[in-house]
Design a protein around this ligand. Structure first.
Ligand code: ADP
Ligand code: MG
Length: 484
């Protein structure tokens, strides 16, 4: 059997979070009435001139700085000419030869905690096209031009990924970087991030690349993995059956879970790129770039390293907690409030994430604030409450049945009983109420007793309504039961 290697390169389109379009003042807000947000510039009406949106430039440069890319002094907009109903201008303004962001690198983290660097070839600015609506009108196609002229940053990777998991991890890393930087909302369901997946296979050990297929417009992490899995199998089967892969554009159909050919290379457009005569080259002076650099927040890879190195978290925990800015900020607020990074990590990833997942909520929508959770963890750490009571407090806060952990502890009398006199009294009561179990315990071999003590612990905890300190209960019970 021939051993095959998969090679993947991604072209990721990120919608930039500017208020207005890249070359006009029309709004970019999502969800407006069709064609209510396309102005004369977006439609390319005669006599209008585009004006470059500085916010889009700043966002693109920030991304470049965030991936340690070269930022060329000069970049140029080109016209990519083609005809399509959702492109009334007849060309898309893009950057073909002199992109705004040069070569850089993105660190991805894999499930086993390992990291890998994926090279970015370049990233360029361009405008989005409109949208064809095929479902709404019988026998006709509607055109909504609200999206025309929305700024996109297209990030083109080198073919450095070797399996579907790495491709998904790369897309997640890009997602984390752009949302940390605040340059995109990263909302894949609304199309704010989508990607073209280039896939080829080659015999293991071969240096030259195989012929690739490009799967267009994949819009979820899961679909990226599915599309790659399908393509890899299709291409290997094709070659092993004596065929050859043709360079072509394909479409992933989530319903059928397969990719289908859209057009081959021969049918591909000749875009006749040329520099847009309506726009000046973009010239960035160093002071401007340095200023943008000074505004960068701590990015996911640095955060991950700090969580591991300074806070002593495991690579897995550090990765999960740094995966989004909201998650990282929440975790750090809990940690600051309780003073213990590991406990904060356990609570955020355990009780909190479990509850959020069950109700399908993001951490931004958590009913329990970081300050509330931080106080709760602090009360466990200072022994005010035991683990069992802590879960009750969490549930109460989640349900909005108390302002703070302390308020819930007070109102429900959950303070842990550590007064050994009080615990002893409860133990004595349980022992005198359970003569049969006591006799059984005392008759048992010492190595069987460990298991049997559970019954008594349960009774005492019940008598204390869960507030007794379990370690103390255990120790005192053992002492009393063993002195027959
Ligand atoms: P084009 O502009 O025609 O789409 P590029 O050479 O710019 O072609 O490549 C686009 C994307 O395809 C890049 O992300 C690149 O890494 C990837 N790519 C190029 N060749 C291959 C290949 N043989 N297998 C997988 N990916 C590839
Ligand atoms: Mg391409």
């Amino acid at each position: 059997m021939m051993q095959w290697e998969t090679v993947i390169g991604l072209e990721v389109h990120v919608q930039l979070a500017t208020k207005s379009k890249i070359f006009s003042g029309a709004s970019t807000a999502f969800g407006a009435e069709p064609n209510s947000q396309a102005c004369a510039v977006d439609l390319g009406l005669p006599g209008v001139l585009p004006v470059l949106n500085e916010a889009a430039v700043a966002m693109a440069v920030k991304f470049g700085l965030g991936i340690n890319a070269e930022i060329p002094e000069v970049s140029v907009f080109d016209r990519k000419n083609y005809f399509y109903p959702d492109l009334p201008k007849g060309y898309q303004t893009s950057q073909m030869y002199h992109p705004i962001v040069g070569a850089g690198e993105v660190e991805i983290s894999l499930e086993d905690g390992a990291t890998k660097r994926i090279r970015v070839h370049h990233a360029h600015l361009e405008e989005d096209a409109g949208k064809s609506l095929h479902e709404d009108f019988h026998g006709m196609t509607g055109i909504d031009l609200n999206r025309a002229g929305t700024p996109l940053l297209e990030i083109v990777s080198e073919p450095d990924m070797r399996n579907a998991k790495e491709a998904a991890a790369y897309l997640k890393a890009i997602h984390a970087i752009v949302t940390y930087l605040g340059i995109s909302d990263g909302n894949m369901a609304e199309g704010s991030m989508r990607c073209d997946v280039n896939v080829s296979v080659r015999p293991k050990g071969q240096d030259t690349l195989g012929t690739r297929a490009e799967v267009k417009n994949v819009n979820s992490f899961r679909f990226v993995e599915r599309a790659i899995a399908f393509e890899v199998e299709r291409q290997i089967e094709l070659i092993e059956d004596g065929g050859t892969v043709v360079q072509e554009t394909r479409l992933y159909d989530p319903e059928a879970d397969e990719t289908r050919s859209m057009r081959t290379k021969e049918e591909a457009n000749d875009y006749r790129y040329f520099p847009c005569p309506d726009l000046l080259p973009v010239v960035l002076d160093r002071a401007y770039v340095d200023h943008l650099r000074s505004t960068l927040p701590e990015l996911p890879a640095e955060k991950r390293a700090r969580f591991e190195g300074e806070l002593g978290l495991s690579p897995y925990d550090a990765n999960v907690l740094a995966s989004s800015r909201a998650m990282a900020e929440y975790f750090e607020a809990v940690k600051d409030a309780c003073g213990d990074a590991k406990q904060a990590a356990n609570w955020v990833q355990g009780e909190l994430s479990g509850a959020l997942n069950r109700e399908n909520l993001g951490i931004e929508q958590s009913p329990v604030s970081a300050a509330q959770l931080g106080e709760l963890v602090a009360r466990v750490l200072d022994d005010t409450i035991n683990g069992k009571a802590a879960k009750q407090v969490f549930q109460a806060l989640w349900n909005g049945e108390g302002e703070s952990a302390d308020a819930v502890i007070e109102a429900r009398g959950l303070k842990q009983v550590t007064d050994s006199g009080a615990i002893e009294a409860m133990i004595d009561q349980v022992i005198s109420d359970s003569p049969v179990q006591v006799a059984q315990y005392r008759d048992a071999e010492p190595d069987k007793r460990g298991k049997m003590i559970g019954y008594f612990v349960g009774q005492v905890m019940k008598a204390s309504r869960g507030t007794a300190n379990p370690q103390q209960v255990n120790a005192l019970l053992k002492e009393k039961l063993d002195q027959a």
